[in-house]
Design a binder for this molecule. Structure first.
Ligand code: ADP
Ligand code: MG
Length: 602
């Protein structure tokens, strides 16, 4: 693959399949740039620091280092041409569908460069990979959208080389950000979203670990287009051929749609070269058929990705900058739905005490004429705490649902089939909510209806039901919960509310990384009982305190600057981002012009 600046040597032995479906310039770089390779080293100053602490930790550390070293060796083996160019130093991230490494390279002239190498799991579908690359190449490289330098492939292994942006862990810095920094953070996020939305890219997984932030350099980068989809008029050609989860589910529900051989199901006309690639190459090792059959609803996250035969939980996502562990709690909301799958879940959950129970139906179901059922059959479970056999026989409605539950917009959670770039704006709103409240993650739910119930506790049940009607969904809710005043909520959670009692350091130490709303929480009272991290006092925390959240304290440098006078504009913008109705939700372009950013320029 060519260097974007045009200087890279290209091509020999390039991936004919992948390169072909990208761009003529997209060829795997194999040229040796004459770098002397050292033994691959797994080392980072951060790890070094931890090695000094106790032998147990030391052992753990050594174990981890050995694991990382092994992974690096495996990567060199899988994609040998990497060793001609890079010294892989460390593993910096492991997500559902990739592992990311820090490497250095002596490229052309000039100083050694730091590069992030994203190794995609070998089961990723070529179109998915190609689409991710195309997002990076076409929209990336400016306006806080990550660009790409090279791409390497050997057999099933694809490695995307990007400029490395050293970044902070969101959780580590959350409560030390000044209000001005929060403003800048959000402004820069909208800049990135405006850019990708202009290209008709719906990112679908906007969250802090996909928006890198280097606090010192004030640099930002939106990464991870692994779940991106195109709008109807997308400028990213390959996104037109990325199958949505809806299509996949439809296919897997209807076995007669299963494709055999190497053909892939595409919704539109297949570009000639794509068609040839997938129909003539016997070397395609990942028949799409497998992917379709094996795609199942994970506990969370990236179900929308195409071509997976391995399901890894998004909650297993490890950003190596984050050292906190987030406990998994049992679901707290009773669910009722039309599909068998969900019904099983609902029955299981029905035994537990619930704060709110919800039921989502198409308006069609409300009119008792669901297409998959004989029109004469009327549903008798409407507004009751059960799922009737008519509902059980209905076909599950499918819609894209990728992303991370706590960041999913209501229209995603309710499987609205027509989703737009507005879903990214909702996710940005959830990030903003974390920044203003000092809580991350803000919502923590393991399934969609729980997530929806959690949204209701903030935005109100009546309002949520009302908004859902606008996109054709009817929600039943067991009890009414009022919308909360966003300022009061955030101030209370942040501890800026004078009525909130002061708390001890130990309790506070766990607060910022406790979800504001979790499944354990009584949703109605959830936000009232949480502890406010904003009241940390520097000397409340001692490093190494057994009850303390060590990394919170290490970095902890509460910056109250600006927090005692958060302007109304902040909450007005938050309100517009968390607009339950996607049609009226603020766009990235509009957000940049919002009075909250009045003295900031693009
Ligand atoms: P995944 O699809 O597995 O989530 P991402 O692209 O989000 O992969 O990368 C996972 C993590 O790797 C990110 O959260 C970030 O910490 C790190 N990372 C990714 N790209 C870069 C980059 N260009 N520079 C620095 N770190 C990066
Ligand atoms: Mg990611």
């Amino acid at each position: 693959m060519c260097n974007q600046s045009g200087g890279g040597k290209c091509c020999a032995g390039a991936s004919d399949r992948l390169a072909g479906i990208l761009h003529p310039n997209w060829l795997v770089m194999e040229a040796s740039l004459g770098i002397q390779m050292d033994e691959p080293m797994a080392f980072s100053p951060q790890r070094d620091r931890f090695q000094a602490e106790g032998s147990l930790k030391k052992n753990e550390q050594n174990f981890k280092l050995a694991g990382v070293k092994k992974d690096i060796e495996k990567l060199y083996e899988a994609v040998p041409q990497l060793s001609n160019v890079f010294k892989i130093k460390d593993k910096i991230g492991e997500g559902t569908f990739s592992s990311v490494y820090l490497a250095t390279a002596q490229l052309q002239v000039g100083p050694e460069e730091k590069i992030a190498l994203k190794h995609l799991i070998p089961t990723s579908h070529p179109i998915r990979i190609a689409a991710e690359l195309q997002c990076l190449t076409v929209a990336g490289g400016q306006d806080n959208v990550m660009g790409v330098k090279y791409c390497f492939r050997k057999n099933d292994h694809v490695v995307i080389a990007m400029p490395y942006l050293e970044h902070e862990s969101f959780l580590d810095i959350l409560n030390s950000l000044s209000f001005q920094e929060v403003r800048e953070y959000m402004f820069n996020l909208f800049k990135a979203l405006k850019r990708i939305h202009q290209f008709g890219i719906v990112h679908r997984d906007v969250k802090p670990s996909n928006f890198l932030y280097n606090r010192r350099l004030k640099k930002y980068a939106l990464v991870d287009f692994g779940l991106a989809q195109g709008t109807h008029d997308t400028k990213i050609e390959l996104l037109k051929f990325v199958q949505s989860e809806a299509q996949q589910e439809r296919c897997s529900q209807n076995k007669s749609h299963i494709i055999t051989g190497n053909k892939i199901p595409l919704s539109g006309p297949v570009p000639k070269e794509l068609d040839q690639q997938f129909t003539t190459k016997a070397s395609v090792k990942r028949p799409y058929t497998n992917a379709q059959i094996q795609i199942k609803q994970g506990k969370d996250g990236k179900e929308g990705s195409v071509g997976l035969s391995v399901q890894r939980s998004v909650f297993g996502e490890r950003n190596f900058n984050i050292h906190s562990s987030i406990s998994h709690e049992s679901p707290a909301v009773k669910l009722m739905k039309q599909s068998k799958t969900v019904d099983v879940l609902s029955r299981k959950l029905a035994t537990k005490k619930k704060a709110i129970s919800t039921k989502v139906m198409n308006s069609a179901v409300m009119r008792k004429t669901a297409s998959s059922c004989p029109a004469s059959l009327t549903c008798d479970c409407y507004a009751t705490d059960k799922v009737c056999s008519i509902c059980l026989s209905r076909r599950q409605q499918v819609a894209p649902r990728a992303g991370t539950p706590g960041f999913r917009a209501p229209e995603v959670l309710t499987k609205c089939p027509n989703q737009t770039t507005a879903i990214d704006m909702w996710s940005a709103g959830v990030i903003f909510l974390s920044l203003l409240s000092g809580r991350y993650p803000f919502y923590k739910a393991s399934d969609d209806l729980t997530a929806l119930a959690q949204i209701m506790t903030i935005r109100g049940s009546r309002e949520t039901i009302q908004a859902a009607k606008t996109f054709g969904k009817s929600i039943l809710c067991s009890k009414e919960v009022p919308a909360q005043d966003l300022r009061k909520l955030c101030e209370r959670l942040r501890g800026m509310d004078s009525s909130t009692p002061k708390l001890t350091g130990d309790i506070q130490g766990h607060a910022s990384h406790q979800p504001a709303i979790s499944e354990k929480t009584d949703h109605k009272a959830s936000c009232l009982v949480q502890t406010p991290p904003g009241q940390y006092s520097g000397n409340s925390f001692k490093k190494g305190d057994s009850n303390s959240c060590e990394h919170c304290f290490d970095e902890y440098n509460t910056n109250l600057e600006g927090w005692n006078e958060v302007p109304d504009e902040a909450y007005d913008l938050l309100d517009k981002l968390l607009d339950l109705n996607p049609a009226s939700r603020i766009t990235a372009e509009e957000a940049l012009l919002h009075p909250f950013f009045k003295d900031m320029s693009l």
